[in-house]
Design a protein around this ligand. Structure first.
Ligand SMILES: Cc1cc2nc3c(=O)[nH]c(=O)nc-3n(C[C@H](O)[C@H](O)[C@H](O)COP(=O)(O)OP(=O)(O)OC[C@H]3O[C@@H](n4cnc5c(N)ncnc54)[C@H](O)[C@@H]3O)c2cc1C
Length: 364
């Protein structure tokens, strides 16, 4: 174990309550603890390990940062209460924000004082993000925005939203999009939470926008350059998502291990192999990145990680037998895993990308 992972491990042990693992089933939903964890991780430089100290990091290299994230996941460190903030909005603000935007927005975001929502999907534009219809027209010092977003996680609890809007309807689809920083308390914004089937506290919302004024100074990145802002912001999370999937897969494998049924046993073997393939793919991506080579593995590990995660929790349920439906934790894991093949790019879209861009197959 590297010294930096040891240092992180010691810090985590000091942070966690003494009965954390014993009472993990309760602590995993403890919002106050999760908020404290984010603030403490920011202050200690573990939140964004590759970033400088003032932005929640300690300038670690990519390899150390990955090992720290892996250790955090392996030890079931508290889940960040508003993942879209540090993992998606923050990289976008850092790379594309003006000095004023960085000064005003980044620290409250990283400390978890101001939550962020991600306003990409619309009822007619999910996988086809570039087809979004929410319109923004420049009117003096403001943009006037009208449209409708959906699946906007935690919008009802958030202060800000990175809102993707169409600013040039004449341009080819992905060249006419801009990213605006929307204050969700602005007049004309109506937020409606969507009732969830799962017990997750990451509630989906619909966001209705009726002639909302957004100051022109809240444009993030270049005008009509929102496609790049979106892709760069998501890149950060996509590179790390396999770690979360891999650790959850290990927990699912553990839950399925007692199986006696030969069919369950055979599937367990196949899943063990897929979990190893996922880990190897994650490390290959890291090596490519360190060597400055293109790294197409994120598309493979997104697909492999999410599909394996679903299979593993279904197997854990099969291994448990009829009693599995009575276990709320197992039910939650199965429901949670269902979402993994949808967010951040559905499996069908990932397969299209792999087929066309990686394997060079003709477009279907
Ligand atoms: C847990 C979770 C959190 C989310 N959080 C957010 C958020 O905070 N902000 C946000 O903006 N969005 C969020 N989303 C929405 C997510 O980005 C979309 O659900 C996703 O992009 C898919 O879009 P859609 O639901 O409109 O499905 P659609 O795009 O309508 O797809 C429906 C089905 O058709 C398939 N399909 C579509 N196009 C093709 C094609 N070309 N080839 C083959 N098959 C195709 C899809 O794979 C899918 O099975 C979240 C989703 C989940 C599950």
């Amino acid at each position: 174990m590297s010294s930096v992972v040891e240092e992180f491990g010691g810090w985590l042990t000091d942070f966690l309550p003494g009965d954390y693992y014993e009472n993990y089933r309760t602590y995993r939903w403890d919002l106050a603890l999760r908020r404290d964890y984010q603030r403490a991780a920011y202050e200690a430089g573990w939140l964004q390990p590759t970033w400088p100290r003032e932005h929640g990091g300690r300038l670690l290299g990519l390899r150390d940062a990955m090992e720290v994230r892996l250790e955090a996941a392996l030890r079931s460190a508290p889940k960040l209460p508003n993942i879209a903030g540090p993992n998606v909005a923050a990289p976008g603000i850092r790379w594309f924000g003006t000095a004023e935007q960085v000064d005003r927005l980044l620290v409250p975001l990283l400390r978890g004082d101001e939550w962020w929502a991600l306003g990409m999907s619309e009822p007619e534009a999910g996988s086809d993000f570039a087809g979004l219809r929410t319109r923004a027209e420049r009117d003096g010092d403001v943009f006037r925005v009208t449209g409708h977003k959906i699946w906007t996680t935690q919008a009802h609890q958030s202060y800000w939203c990175t809102l993707y809007v169409r600013t040039d309807p004449e341009a080819p689809k992905h060249r006419g999009i801009s990213c605006l920083i929307l204050d969700l308390h602005s007049p004309g914004v109506r937020i409606e939470p969507i009732r969830m089937a799962s017990i997750s506290d990451e509630t989906f919302c619909e966001v209705f926008l009726d002639d909302v004024e957004v100051p022109a100074t809240n444009l993030l990145g270049p005008l009509h350059g929102g496609w790049n802002v979106a892709m760069s912001s998501l890149h950060h999370e996509r590179q790390m998502i396999w770690i979360m999937n891999w650790v959850e897969i290990q927990r699912g494998l553990e839950a399925a291990r007692g199986a006696r049924d030969p069919d369950v046993y055979a599937e367990l073997g196949s899943l063990l192999a897929d979990a190893e393939a996922l880990r190897a793919t994650g490390y290959r991506a890291l090596n490519n990145e360190l060597a400055g080579r293109p790294s197409p593995e994120a598309d493979i590990s997104k697909l492999l990680g999410s599909v394996t995660l679903q299979r593993v929790w279904e197997l854990a349920a099969a291994a448990r037998g009829p009693g599995s439906a009575e276990d709320p934790d197992l039910l939650f894991e199965r429901q949670d895993a269902l979402a993994a093949t949808i967010y951040g790019g559905t499996s069908e879209i990932q397969r299209n990308i792999i087929a066309e861009r990686l394997l060079g197959l003709p477009k279907g």
